[in-house]
Design a protein around this ligand. Structure first.
Ligand code: NDP
Length: 433
């Protein structure tokens, strides 16, 4: 712990995980001799590198980039690439750690990784983005491969950036298929991958709602973010009868108790990469909230944080409880800090952790790898069906694992216990490596 005291997000993720698996550890004193926990928290390796690029003014710029290859116990390293100024080693390690367990929950053969750079794509020209991505990929390409390490998108990295990565990778290594997932469909991407995390979140949510004998019909849903995960979650939950009352970006949020117009959100955020504040130009009657959506008093049943880590603290979680929220399911990775999760536990809020509820994206990425390796493309319907089944299975596994340790309806404990058991089994099979 001392060794990594500066890695705040990483320690937070590890602490929460260790707390959840305590009952399993208590039943298995032999884990100590095998140094199971010590091996769990040390990534296989961390690659860190410089990314030089030239901006439109001819000025040389330097960014720092990482690839954390956390664990290959369950298959090739697999995890997204994030471009955001906040990226540092602690955030990459926490995401790689979470990814390892999340990926094992999907039931598909993928190890855990994460990567990214402190490059800020905002206000950069197309050419600057392309030059940056080419330089980034030139170095990254030494460490990845279809059976070795398969990156995908994350915050700030979508189909456009993955497209530039494939282009550069091929210049260096030739036409290897399946080195990246989340590819644009004409470049070998899977149908349904773009929508998968958001849709998967809603399939998981539907299970949670049904578990307490209810449906999504008429439920008021707060969503944060308006990126890939948030937008497709909003579409899916609306399709199933829910009412999306909020969406946001890093500057502000919009609130409409009657439900937001998702076509406007699409035009602004998905098509044009605009600020969400401009939503009010077309809908002058909606409430515009400066700052975080979680600081506003909004009457809602369900909250789906889909923006970034630690966006909800204890006070904000208490506000959700006071305003009637009964279910919180994470679309983002670790959007609730430890205090927030405690508030949910103490107030009987049903809470799903990202490693279970947002696993749909990586699951369909694994299906993209399968399609690439057999050189076939599945229909959108087939991918969606597989996704739904995978999310239902993850839900069931979480429920069963929690119940085995007397933690009924504690999906966070269930997800951590189920994935820990998967990983420990693999560690024991592989021996002390
Ligand atoms: P996008 O870049 O598409 O969207 C991110 C959204 O969150 C944007 O609306 C962005 O606002 C907002 N946001 C980003 N950083 C902050 C911040 N510091 N404070 C407030 N708002 C912020 O990313 P994704 O939708 O892909 O990812 C969102 C989350 O979901 C991340 O935690 C990611 O790790 C997780 N996730 C993503 C998966 C995927 O398949 N894409 C899979 C599993 C998890 P703005 O437009 O202002 O930047």
């Amino acid at each position: 712990e001392k060794k990594y005291s500066h890695e705040v997000e990483f320690l937070q993720a590890v602490h929460e995980f260790f707390e959840a698996i305590e009952p399993v550890i208590d039943e298995h004193p032999e884990y100590e001799k095998d140094a199971i926990l010590e091996r769990l928290v040390e990534p296989d390796r961390i690659i860190s590198f410089r990314v030089p690029w030239v901006d439109d003014e001819g000025q040389v710029q330097i960014n720092t980039a990482y690839r954390v290859q956390f664990s290959s116990l369950n298959g090739p390293y697999k995890g997204g690439i994030r471009f955001h100024p906040s990226v540092n080693q602690s955030i990459m390690k926490f995401l790689g750690f979470e990814q390892t367990f999340k990926n094992s929950l999907t039931g598909l053969p993928i190890g855990g990784a994460k990567g990214g750079s402190d490059f800020d794509p905002k206000n950069k020209s197309e050419h600057e983005i392309m030059r940056f991505v080419q330089s980034f990929t030139t170095e990254l390409s030494k460490y990845i491969g279809a059976d070795e390490d398969v990156p995908a998108g994350d915050i700030g990295v979508g189909g456009r950036e993955i497209g530039y990565m494939i282009g550069q990778y091929k210049r260096i290594n030739g036409p290897e298929a399946g080195v990246f997932t989340g590819k644009p469909v004409p470049a070998g991407g899977s149908l349904g991958r773009t929508e998968a995390t958001g849709h998967g979140l809603i399939y998981f949510l539907r299970n949670m709602v049904e578990e307490v004998g209810e449906t999504l019909e008429g439920k008021k849903v707060m969503i944060s973010g308006s990126g890939n995960v948030a937008y497709y979650a909003a579409r899916k939950v609306t399709e199933l009868g829910g009412i999306v009352v909020t969406m946001s970006d890093s500057n502000s949020a919009v609130y409409d108790p009657e439900g937001l117009d998702l076509d406007t959100i699409q035009a602004l955020k998905v098509d044009d990469r605009e600020r969400i504040a401009r939503y009010t130009e077309e809908h002058p009657d909606v409430t515009h909230i400066e700052g975080s959506v979680w600081d506003a008093d909004i009457d809602a049943d369900i909250a789906l944080p889909c923006a970034t880590q630690n966006e909800i603290d204890g006070d904000q979680a208490q506000r959700l409880v006071d305003n009637g929220v009964k279910i919180v399911a994470e679309g983002a990775n670790m959007p609730n800090n430890s205090d927030a999760v405690k508030v949910y536990r103490e107030n009987g809020v049903h809470y799903a952790p990202g490693k279970a509820s947002n696993a749909g994206g990586v699951a369909v990425s694994a299906l993209e790898m399968s399609q690439n390796s057999i050189r076939l493309q599945w229909t959108a319907e087939r991918v969606e069906e597989e996704l739904e089944t995978i999310m239902n299975d993850i839900f069931q596994n979480c429920v069963e694992a929690a119940a085995r340790y007397g933690r009924e309806l504690d999906y966070a404990a269930g997800a951590d216990i189920a994935s820990f058991e998967n990983i420990v089994t693999l560690m024991q099979i592989h021996g002390a490596v």
